[in-house]
Design a protein. Structure first.
Lengths: 209, 733
C-alpha cells in the first residue's frame, strides 16, 4: 500500500510528461521535441515487443499450471503448450518464413480461422430467421429487408442486375451506411480525445494496474 | 369436706387452709380482701357522660364457683403465681402492670374490665329480675317514649334456626366433636355450680322454646329475647333500638353458632372493647350494657376452655388459607387460649385485677376482634356464602372445590374464519402452490438433436453444397460486375507507380479473411510486380510476417525472378505508437527483415529511408481500427505518397468516409471480392477472384433465399403460437 502511494505520483508524472511531449510533436515542429517524441515512440515499440514476449511466456506458464492441476480442461492447455513450443521451435530453428512455418500457417492457422468465419455466416443466417418467430416490430422488419436487399444486390444476380437495383444499392451503401460510419468515426474520435485528455491530466491511470 | 386446689402444685387442700400443705403456697390471696375497686381517674374520664344502667353499676361480679378459681390458678403462669405469694408486693406490681401495659391496638382497654366487673352471674340475674319486677312501676316511668313505641311494635319474628336440618354434616360433626372434647376435658363433676347455672341460662336464651320463668329475667335480658320468649314487662324500655334489631339473631345464637359472630361483627360490636367511645357515639349511652350482655351470653354458653377451643377453632376454620398471614402474637394467643385463667376471683373485686391479666374470654376474643378489624373474617364469610345446593344461604361454608379450580369459563371463539373472497382465492392459490411443490415433475426429455442445431446444420449443409457445386460446375454462370469508379481510380493509382520504386504493403488482415482480402491484393500486387516495383511487406500483426510470406509464395505465385522483388520487414510492434514510430523513422523501428537480415543494406532498399520515399502505400485489412490507425498515424507523414486501402466488404463503409473526404485521406479503395473481380477485369487478367465469383454469388443467393424462407416460416409459426397462447389465455380466463 505504501509503495503504491509513492509510485502513483511518479507514474503520473512520467505518463503526463511523455504524453504531453508526444502530443506537442503533432502541433509544434521543434527539433528537440520531435527528436524526443521519436525516441519515446521507439521505446514504446520496443516495450510493446517485450510485452508481447512476456505475454507469450505468461500464457505458457498459466496453461502449464492448469495442466499440472489436472483440471477438466487441462487437455486443452496441454495442446496449447505443445503447439506453442512446436511453432516456436520451428520458427527459431527453420526461420520465420520457412516452408515449415508456412505449412503450419497454411494448413492449421488459416483453416481454423476460416472455419470460424464460416460458422459465423451460418449463425447469422439462423439468427436472422429466428428473429421473425417473435413479434416483428417495424425496426426489425426494416433491418431484415435491408439485409436481404444488400445481399441480393451484392450478389449481382441476373434478376437483380438492373439500373434501379444498382442505384438503390449504391444509395443504401454509400449514403445511409456512410452516414452511420461517419457518426461512428466521429464518436470514436471524440472518445479518443477524451481518453487522451483524462490520461494527460491524471484522471485515468491505467498504468497503476 | 370442701377442698381447695393449690394454684401452684394443683393438689387438694382443706377449704379452711390458707397455705398449701404440700408446697406452702398461699391458697387465699391477700389481695382478695382489698376494698372494692374504684376506677382510676383516667378511666373515669373516659366514662364521663356514659351512664350505665343501675343494675350494672350496682352489681359486681362475684364468681362463686370454685372451679373457675381453679382454672384461673391453673392457667396462670409461674411468674404470676409467684407474684401472688408475695402479697406485699401486689400493690406495686399492680401499678407496674397498669403502667407498663402495652398499648396494643387490639388490647382490651382497662375500662372495659371495670365495666365488666359488675357483670352478674346467672343466679344473681334471676334475683335481679325478681327485684326489678317488684320495682316495675317505678321503672316503667323511666322508660322513654321511643322505647315504648318500639315495644308496642313487635319485632319481626326470627326464623327458627333448625341446626340439625340447615347445618351441613361436616358442621354438625364438628360441633359434636367440640362438645365431646369439651365434655371430656371438663366432666360434669368438675363443672362448678355457677357455671351450670350460667349454662342453663344460656340454654334457655338460645333455645327458641318459650321461657316459662320470664318473670325471673331482668329487663335488659327480656329485651334481648324474641317476642315469644320476651316477658311482658315494662323493663324492655331499657333497650335501645339497635339492640332490638339485633336481638333476634343474638337470641338464636348458640354456643357454637357462627351467626352470632357474624351478627355481632355486622353490628360492629365485637371489634374490641377499646372502641367503646366510638360505639357510644353510634349507639348512644346505653351501649356498654350490650357488651356486657354479650359477655354474659358467652359465659353462659360455654366453659372457658370450650370457648377458647371454639374461638381457636373458629379462627382456624374461618381463615383456613391465611394462616401465614396471621401475626405472631395472634398465633400465640390462639395457642394459649386453652389454659386461660378466669378473670375473676371468688372474693376479689374487678378493680383488684391487674391490668395486664386479661380474662380468658377477652384474650380469646382478641384475635377475633383483631381479625375483624382487618376485615378478613367479614370478607371471608361474606365471600363464601353458598348460592346453590343444600348449603344455599350459609355463609362461611367450606367450598366444595378449591378456588383455583373455579376458573372462569374460557371464552368460546368461532372456528370459522372470517375472510374475504380475495383472501380465499389467495389461500387456494397458496395451497395449490404448496401441493405442486410436493409433486414430482417429469424431467424434460432432451432430444438427441435440438431443432436449433438441426436448422443450423441444415443451413451449413445447404451453403456447403451450393459452394461446392458452384466450384465444381461453375454454375451459375453469372455476369461479372461492372467496373466501379473506385476500382478504376485504384487501378490508375497503381499504374502510376514508377518502375523499380519501393511500394509498401501492410498485411494487417486476419487469416480467416485471407480469401476475400488477397483476391483484391493479388490483383493489385500483380500489376505492381509487372511494373517491376519493389514490394516491401510489413505488418502490425504478429502473424503478419508469415502471412506476407504465404501471400508472396502461395497467393501471387511469383516466378523465381519475381521473387527477388520483395522484402519482408516483419512485425511492427506497439500498435498506433509503433506505426507512428515506423512512419517517422522506419529504419530505426525495423532494422532487420523477417529472416533476421539487415533489411536496409539491400541495394533495392537504398532509396527507401522514409515513407515519403515510397511510391505507394497499400494497407490490406479487414479491421476498421487498423485501417483507421494507418490513416490517422501514418497518412500525415506520407506527404505526397498515395495511400490505398484493400479492405473487406464489411470494412468498406468505415473506410469510405476517408476515401470520400476532401482532400482525400485514402486515394484508392478496393473493397471485397466484387472490387477484386472488377480490378482483374480492368487489368485484363484472370486472378483468383474470378474463380471465386460464381461460388460467392451462389452462396449469397442461397443465404438470401434461406433468410427469406426462414423468416416467413418463423413468422408464421410465431403468429400461430401467439394465437394459440392468446386462445389458451382466453379459455383460462
Amino acid at each position: 500500500m505504501k509503495n503504491i502511494r509513492l509510485r502513483t505520483p511518479f507514474l503520473m508524472t512520467i505518463a503526463i510528461a511523455f504524453g504531453a511531449v508526444t502530443l506537442l510533436g503533432y502541433f509544434i515542429k521543434i527539433p528537440i521535441i520531435t527528436t524526443l517524441r521519436a525516441v519515446l515512440l521507439h521505446w514504446a515499440a520496443i516495450l510493446a515487443a517485450v510485452a508481447l514476449v512476456i505475454g507469450v511466456l505468461n500464457l505458457l506458464r498459466v496453461h502449464w499450471e492448469k495442466f499440472k492441476k489436472g483440471s477438466s480442461d487441462s487437455f486443452y492447455s496441454l495442446i496449447l503448450v505443445i503447439s506453442l513450443l512446436i511453432t516456436l521451435a520451428i520458427s527459431v530453428i527453420f526461420g520465420l518464413t520457412s516452408a515449415f512455418s508456412i505449412w503450419i500457417f497454411n494448413y492449421i492457422l488459416i483453416p481454423v480461422e476460416a472455419s470460424l468465419v464460416a460458422v459465423l455466416a451460418v449463425a447469422l443466417v439462423y439468427t436472422l430467421t429466428r428473429m421473425f418467430s417473435r413479434k416483428v416490430s417495424a425496426i426489425n422488419f426494416l433491418f431484415a429487408l435491408t439485409v436481404l436487399f444488400i445481399l441480393a444486390a451484392t450478389a449481382t444476380l441476373s434478376w437483380m442486375d438492373f439500373p434501379l437495383a444498382r442505384d438503390l444499392r449504391d444509395w443504401v451503401s454509400q449514403v445511409w451506411s456512410l452516414a452511420g460510419a461517419r457518426a461512428i468515426l466521429i464518436g470514436i474520435a471524440l472518445g479518443a480525445i477524451a481518453t487522451g485528455l483524462r490520461v494527460l491530466i491524471g484522471a485515468d491511470r491505467p498504468y497503476e494496474g | 369436706m370442701a377442698e381447695i386446689r393449690c394454684p401452684m402444685c394443683g393438689k387438694q387442700n382443706p377449704a379452711e387452709a390458707e397455705v398449701c400443705r404440700f408446697c406452702n403456697a398461699r391458697l387465699k390471696p391477700l389481695w382478695a380482701d382489698s376494698p372494692s375497686p374504684t376506677p382510676p381517674d383516667h378511666e373515669k374520664a373516659r366514662f364521663d357522660g356514659f351512664e350505665l344502667p343501675e343494675w350494672l353499676s350496682e352489681e359486681s361480679f362475684e364468681p362463686t364457683d370454685e372451679a373457675s378459681r381453679d382454672l384461673d390458678s391453673a392457667s396462670q403462669p409461674d411468674w404470676l403465681s409467684d407474684l401472688r405469694d408475695d402479697s406485699e408486693d401486689s400493690d406495686w406490681l399492680h401499678r407496674i402492670n397498669a403502667d407498663e401495659q402495652p398499648e396494643l391496638p387490639f388490647n382490651n382497654p382497662p375500662e372495659k374490665l371495670d365495666m365488666l366487673d359488675g357483670l352478674p352471674t346467672s343466679e344473681k340475674l334471676d334475683q335481679e329480675t325478681t327485684q326489678t319486677e317488684a320495682e316495675s312501676p317505678d321503672e316503667a316511668q323511666k322508660i322513654p317514649d321511643w322505647l315504648l313505641k318500639l315495644k308496642e311494635t313487635p319485632p319481626p319474628e326470627p326464623e327458627p334456626f333448625d341446626q340439625e336440618e340447615s347445618a351441613p354434616d361436616w358442621f354438625s360433626d364438628l360441633h359434636e366433636d367440640v362438645l365431646s372434647e369439651s365434655e371430656s376435658l371438663y366432666p360434669p363433676e368438675n363443672i362448678p355450680d355457677w357455671f351450670t347455672g350460667i349454662e342453663e341460662t344460656g340454654q334457655s336464651i338460645s333455645e327458641p322454646e318459650p321461657v316459662e320463668d320470664n318473670g325471673n329475667l331482668p329487663d335488659w335480658l327480656s329485651g334481648v329475647l324474641p317476642p315469644s320468649n320476651k316477658p311482658d314487662s315494662s323493663s324492655e324500655a331499657d333497650f335501645p333500638a339497635p339492640i332490638q334489631d339485633a336481638s333476634p339473631a343474638m337470641v338464636l345464637a348458640t354456643d357454637d353458632d357462627e351467626t352470632f359472630e357474624t351478627d355481632i361483627a355486622d353490628l360492629d360490636l365485637g371489634d374490641g372493647l377499646a372502641d367503646t367511645a366510638e360505639k357510644k357515639d353510634r349507639f348512644g349511652a346505653d351501649f356498654a350494657w350490650l357488651d356486657e350482655m354479650q359477655l354474659e351470653i358467652n359465659q353462659s354458653e360455654t366453659t372457658p376452655e370450650e370457648y377458647a377451643a371454639e374461638e381457636s377453632f373458629e379462627l382456624r376454620e374461618s381463615v383456613p388459607d391465611q394462616g401465614d398471614a396471621l401475626p405472631d402474637w395472634l398465633s400465640r394467643v390462639s395457642e394459649s387460649t386453652g389454659p386461660v385463667s378466669p378473670a375473676f376471683t371468688e372474693e376479689g373485686s374487678p378493680a383488684e385485677i391487674p391490668a395486664a391479666e386479661l380474662p380468658y374470654w377477652l384474650k380469646a376474643m382478641r384475635p377475633v376482634a383483631a381479625y375483624n378489624v382487618d376485615g378478613v373474617i367479614e370478607r371471608s364469610t361474606s365471600e363464601q356464602a353458598e348460592k346453590s345446593g343444600p348449603l344455599a344461604g350459609l355463609i362461611g361454608a367450606l367450598p366444595a372445590e378449591p378456588d383455583i379450580s373455579q376458573s372462569p369459563k374460557p371464552p368460546v371463539y368461532s372456528s370459522k374464519l372470517q375472510i374475504s373472497d380475495t383472501q380465499k382465492l389467495h389461500a387456494q392459490l397458496f395451497t395449490e402452490l404448496i401441493q405442486a411443490e410436493g409433486e414430482s415433475k417429469s424431467l424434460p426429455t432432451t432430444p438427441l438433436i435440438k431443432s436449433g442445431s438441426l436448422i443450423r446444420m441444415m443451413i451449413a449443409l445447404i451453403l456447403y453444397a451450393v459452394v461446392i457445386v458452384s466450384l465444381l460446375s461453375g454454375f451459375p454462370a453469372l455476369n461479372l460486375p461492372a467496373i466501379s469508379a473506385d476500382v478504376n481510380a485504384a487501378h490508375q493509382l497503381a499504374a502510376g507507380a514508377p518502375p523499380g520504386s519501393p511500394v509498401l504493403i501492410a498485411v494487417d488482415y486476419a487469416p480467416g479473411f485471407r480469401a476475400e482480402i488477397e483476391a483484391g491484393l493479388s490483383a493489385l500486387t500483380s500489376q505492381l510486380v509487372d511494373q517491376d516495383c519493389h514490394l516491401i511487406f510489413v505488418s502490425s500483426l504478429p502473424t503478419g510476417p508469415i502471412q506476407s510470406a504465404h501471400f508472396v509464395t502461395q497467393g501471387m505465385k511469383l516466378s523465381p525472378q519475381q521473387s527477388l522483388h520483395w522484402t519482408n520487414l516483419g512485425y511492427i510492434p506497439g500498435g498506433a505508437a509503433g506505426l507512428l514510430a515506423f512512419a517517422q523513422d522506419p529504419t530505426r523501428v525495423l532494422p532487420y527483415d523477417a529472416n533476421g537480415n539487415q533489411a536496409w543494406a539491400d541495394p533495392r532498399m537504398q532509396g527507401f529511408r522514409s515513407l515519403s520515399d515510397l511510391s505507394l502505400v497499400i494497407v490490406a485489412t479487414e479491421n476498421p481500427d487498423t485501417a483507421r490507425t494507418w490513416i490517422e498515424q501514418v497518412r500525415p507523414l506520407l506527404k505526397t505518397t498515395p495511400l490505398m486501402m484493400v479492405v473487406s466488404a464489411q470494412n468498406a463503409p468505415i473506410i469510405r468516409p476517408y476515401y470520400d473526404s476532401y482532400p482525400k485521406q485514402v486515394q484508392g479503395l478496393i473493397s471485397g471480392l466484387t472490387a477484386a473481380v472488377e480490378y482483374d477485369t480492368l487489368a485484363g487478367r484472370s486472378g483468383p477472384a474470378g474463380g471465386l465469383w460464381s461460388p460467392f454469388t451462389a452462396a449469397l443467393s442461397a443465404i438470401t433465399f434461406l433468410i427469406l424462407v426462414g423468416a416467413i416460416v418463423n413468422f408464421g409459426l410465431g403468429a400461430l403460437a401467439r394465437s394459440r397462447s392468446s386462445v389458451r389465455g382466453e379459455g383460462e380466463k
